[in-house]
Design a binder for this molecule. Sequence first.
Ligand SMILES: NC(=O)c1ccc[n+]([C@@H]2O[C@H](COP(=O)([O-])OP(=O)(O)OC[C@H]3O[C@@H](n4cnc5c(N)ncnc54)[C@H](O)[C@@H]3O)[C@@H](O)[C@H]2O)c1
Length: 440
Amino acid sequence: MVQAKPLNDKTASESNQIIQFNHPVKYRTSEWYTGHGEIVASGDNRSFEVSASYNLKATVKLVNDILSPENPTLAEIYSSLGRCVAIVDLTIDELYGEAIRKYFEYHEISLELYPCRAWESDKTPATVNKILSYLGKDGSDVSRNEPVLVMGGGVLSDVAGLACALQHRRTPYVMIGTTVIAAIDAGPSPRTCTNGSQFKNSMGVYHPPVLTLVDRTFFRTLETGHVRHGMSEIIKMAVTDDPVLFELMEQYGARLVETHFATLGGDAELSEIADEVIYRALFSYMKHEGTNMFETYQDRPHAYGHTWSPRFEPAAKLMHGHAVSIGMAFGASLATEMGWLSAEDRDRIISLCTSMGLSVYHSILEDMDIMLEGQKNMRRKRGEGGLWAPLPTTIGECDYAQEVSSGLLEKAVQHHKEICVSLPSGGEGKEMYLSDLGLA
Ligand SMILES: NC(=O)c1ccc[n+]([C@@H]2O[C@H](COP(=O)([O-])OP(=O)(O)OC[C@H]3O[C@@H](n4cnc5c(N)ncnc54)[C@H](O)[C@@H]3O)[C@@H](O)[C@H]2O)c1
């Protein structure tokens, strides 16, 4: 409702004039988003201030067997649109392409599918550009009100999410994460991105999927190494936010890796546990991350394990989950060094990681140039107000370190090394390195 007198009205110079734009909307650009704005004039015909807010809604659902023709979930979204434009990880197209095509045929919905190779080495602006060409005029010419279906792992969710953010300046997308990481973390995440030359995930925008569908039946075809590294993102939420999840992981984590979240072996009880673990990890993640869609504050528990690792992960060519588990285990040692965490809780965190074959140590931690550079990069990324490194204070809670001096960092690395070299694995995890081309 416009409640304004003309700006040159005499009485307007005596008090501020507020013109609000929150009237009933005549035509919304996209049914997926809402927003409103306000303009406040100073009243002297010389200045005014505009503020606007944008409302994002992100729904997350656990739905198993999503490609079964009887499952209505996808049909309910795409029937009314008459088609589905999908960006699908090349491996998923090879493994599930027939099932995807059959599903849409069964529901008489036309499908336009772009298979996209999405290795870590493909997480580049060039891949984002390729997807943009497909979404644009010369490709599927997607509408701004048409949610693109994205199916794949964390690499695809990052680059395709970014392409959707850039297409028409914001095109909605529905995410089906087909790896553990994409299902519980990268998929629902608002942080879309591509890698920079040295620092991971350094370019991107906040653009969460409007709907995240989590179907763990996809995990049965994952390589076990990919299931394992996904566990790190669950452990980070367990350590910082959910002690019940931590205990579930202590009890069932190794079996969940072995059975690919109960998709191999048909154990009904473990199936229920698998759903509970996924739900808890997702809820805990979205409780913090989903309510902070634009990262406007930095007390973010899910950044545990992600302070130094974005710098050393590409340098050591580690799989993401192993870099995170090394970051978490080191963070636990640092927290003990600082008097924040008991040695007993530190050891519980380290043994939970090792029980699943995750890495807890790499000699790259001893490279102080890399560690300090990572810290500097992270300060900048987190707004220079402090380091804001989440560190555990007990199982299920964390606090944030603002300063970690080079002396403390070096001492904590040395102590951490001493703890880890005595482990049977020496701190190394199983299949800890990237098997694709890695980053140069
Ligand atoms: N945006 C975020 O908030 C966020 C959070 C966590 C991780 N990430 C990013 O996610 C990436 C890691 O994700 P990832 O572990 O999913 O890796 P990934 O996307 O590289 O997938 C791993 C491999 O599994 C294949 N694959 C995918 N689904 C499969 C299935 N169901 N069966 C068989 N093979 C399958 C893929 O083709 C790929 O080769 C990293 O780049 C990391 O930076 C982003």
